[in-house]
Design a protein. Sequence first.
Length: 234
Amino acid sequence: MPTIETLEGLLKHELKDLYSAETQIIEALPKMIEAAFNDDLKKALQQHLTVTKKQKQRLDDIQKLLGEEKTKPENKGFFANLFSSNEGEEHCKAMEGLIKEGNRLLGEDMSPEVMDAAIIAAAQKIEHYEISSYGTARAFALQLQLSKVADLLQQTLNEEYEADDLLTELALSDVNLEAELTGEDENDIVLEEKEQPAKKQAPKKAAKKSAAPKKAKAAAKKSNKSKAARGNKK
């Protein structure tokens, strides 16, 4: 990578990084959409996929304003280029990490309601990275008095804020509640199983009465008879 010696060079580097990030997001969003259970969440992610494709095109327009050719995949040799994506000259490792983390979540064993909450969490991490990056690039453009570039970056920044706000609204109004209730339902089932009364045991058979008292009574009667007989003899 060539040495970056000016703020304009740093801006161009930031824009190439964003181009890579948008490309990775476009590739990752369909998997999130497929995994989402909530209809409103699916719709929001689908809409953002459409917006993201426009944002990538907007970055191409900005490159032209800066006198740059359309971003092309980095030349790494014939076989490498066979498998290259359309990310451009730079590869955004930060976005790669965020998407990998999101994909790990998608691979976890979760209820559909909890999965929706996990998808929103992963998507908002991506949104926050984009908000930070686009905000920084816009600040550079303003400092360089590149007003048209700054305006285009502001359009994307506004879209990212809107997407983040929508995800927050979905989480607070519906998705997180559904995830919580799912957990409570499972706990209730476990408690019900624990609280079920134990099966009644069959009554034990009454123990046989001891023969000892009968023998004692018989002996007492015999003794009384003997005493009476002796008394009669007298």
